[in-house]
Design a protein around this ligand. Structure first.
Ligand code: ME8
Length: 523
């Protein structure tokens, strides 16, 4: 019997951090979520079975205090702010498959089960804690890590104030996991990216690990310790578990758990690497569960050279950016401007330069000029090319070879490298178009003009397919204008497999990437 079953698609599970609901979403949250969306879209187009998760972190002292300050009960408070994050994902055009909230019963069940498992293995024990706690970071810090603040206060390395806290506490035996973690990093060289963060984590672990306090008696807003409800489970142990609760844990036989755990990638900001690359794999190894395959920590944005903070009043609202500059433009800029993994500075001038240079000039103008020539001189019908010469073949070969570079860049989260390679190819197509001068061939050699326009359109087709993860709406508009059917836009259609079909009637061309002139886009 022939095998008629569908081929098994490789799976890809990608997660954002779950965001604290004590604040409004800002550009930093938008950045992480967008990076995951770009990856999720890329992998879907590349034939993967994708699961993309985002959500909100709703427990802990920070949220409890924010709700008290707002004068409402914590859950009602969380409902409101969580909705802002859910709406943000929609406004950013994100294709998350799920949105988890740590106040949901499915999550409660998962955290309780993981706790019980760690009690059974002996990795959690009851003791007493005295240490410096920062509510803002929801973390204990070592005395040696603190600096002096104003009026005799102490500050954490993040600048957050700390208070000396003493209370009975359950501990996770992190001290027993140092060597095993180092062996794990050694066996999984790709577990932490970029390499600068990997080195940082390894030297932190080599410096020696102390047992971690994983319960609080002074915090009530959270998940109670099973069998000892005076204690609330530490918000980070609670929060990290979201990645598993969303795919069905504690039911490890669940289809979604079997299919998606361990996650392929936890995308995080550099501020929370330690939690994801030290504590989380230690909890999972202790519980006999598989750690995620990779944690990638991107850098932080500053605003026109300044740290972004509410007190400085320079928080960048992603919704305002999208309304002013356009969604695809903002998505492109954020992924292109700064080498992913490094810190970057946001400036409107840089954003406008990208809009006018990379988008309006390099890609938009090329499409507009070549498609207008097909409309005006060839009755709006995709021409039949003649024999390809060396120049044509070189352009087609360059476009046909792009996917390998893109895959490498996306698998290492080096979006800027993927985009530099793609825009290098678009630059080569622009040079080809200028050198071939199809407008001059119109009189001297119309058949050759048709070939040049075909090759240019075919190059744009491939560029448009490849930019879909970043700029889905603009890419769709380009592909519509090229007469490419909706079902012929996957990466399996790149190269010779999906060449443009001569004789296809094209719709009237229209500009896709408007220029930005003097603080307003040109009509
Ligand atoms: O840490 N630049 O939530 P959070 C770039 N709930 N990214 C930024 C940024 C900036 N200026 N500011 C924030 C938490 N981010 C925990 C996570 S996960 C189990 C629990 C992004 O609301 C970046 O991804 O403070 C950072 O890691 C995250 O927002 C922190 O979000």
């Amino acid at each position: 019997m022939p095998d008629t079953s569908e081929p098994v698609r490789p799976r890809y599970y990608v997660t954002t951090p779950i965001y604290y609901v004590n604040d409004k979403p800002h550009i930093g949250h938008a950045y992480t979520t967008l990076a995951c969306d770009v990856l999720a879209r890329f992998k879907r187009l590349d034939g993967h079975d994708v699961h993309f998760l985002t959500g909100t972190d709703e427990h802990g002292q920070k949220v409890q205090q924010a709700a008290e300050a707002a004068g409402i009960d914590p859950l009602t408070f969380c409902d409101g702010v969580s909705r802002n994050f859910r709406d943000l994902a929609v406004t950013l055009g994100c294709t998350n498959d799920d949105f988890i909230r740590t106040t949901e019963p499915r999550h409660h069940a998962a955290v309780t089960a993981l706790w019980q498992r760690l009690r059974e293995t002996g990795d959690i024990y009851l003791g007493e804690y005295e240490g410096w706690y920062s509510v803002r970071d929801e973390a204990f810090w070592l005395e040696s890590e603190l600096t002096d603040g104003p009026n005799g206060t102490k500050l954490a390395p993040t600048g957050a104030p700390v208070v000396l806290t003493r209370e009975p506490s359950y501990f996770f035996k992190l001290s027993a996991w140092g060597e095993k973690l180092l062996a794990f990093y050694d066996q999984h060289p790709d577990f932490i990216g970029p390499s600068s963060r990997r080195n940082e984590v390894i030297s932190f672990v080599k410096g020696g690990l102390r047992d971690l306090s994983v319960s609080r008696t002074s915090v009530s807003w959270g998940i109670p310790v099973p069998g000892d409800p005076k204690h609330t489970i530490y918000v980070w142990l609670d929060a990290l578990t979201n990645y598993m609760s969303a795919v069905g844990y504690p039911d490890i036989t669940a289809e979604s758990y079997q299919r998606f755990w361990p996650a392929n990638l936890h995308m995080v900001g550099k501020d929370i690497v330690r939690f994801h690359a030290v504590y989380w794999p230690a909890f999972l190894l202790a519980a006999g569960l598989a750690p995620p395959q990779r944690v990638f920590a991107h850098g932080w944005w500053t605003n026109e050279g300044q740290k972004i903070s509410k007190s400085l009043g320079n928080v960048i609202d992603p919704l305002e950016l999208v309304t002013t500059y356009g969604l695809d433009q903002v998505r492109y800029f954020l992924m292109r401007e700064v080498p992913f993994g490094q810190d970057g500075d946001f400036s409107r001038k840089a954003l406008i330069q990208r809009i006018n240079g990379d988008l309006a000039n390099d890609l938009g103008n090329l499409a507009q000029r070549s498609l207008s020539m097909i409309a005006k001189n060839l009755d709006g019908v995709m021409p039949t090319p003649g024999d390809f010469d060396a120049e044509d073949t070189a352009i087609l070969a360059r476009m046909d070879g792009l996917l390998a570079d893109q895959r490498r860049a996306y698998d290492t989260q080096e979006f800027h490298i993927g985009l530099t390679s793609l825009w290098g190819a678009i630059g080569a197509v622009n040079s080809y178009f200028t050198a071939q001068a199809p407008w001059a061939l119109k009189k001297t050699d119309p058949a050759r003009m048709a070939t040049v326009l075909y090759v240019t359109a075919e190059a744009i087709r491939q560029a448009a397919i490849l930019v879909q993860p970043l700029m889905p709406t603009s890419a769709a508009l380009l592909l519509d204008q090229l007469g490419v059917a909706a079902e012929a836009r996957g990466f399996d259609q790149l190269g010779a497999a999906g060449r443009l079909v001569p004789g296809t009637a094209l719709p009237a061309p229209q500009g896709v990437f408007p220029r930005w002139v003097d603080e307003a886009p040109a009509a």
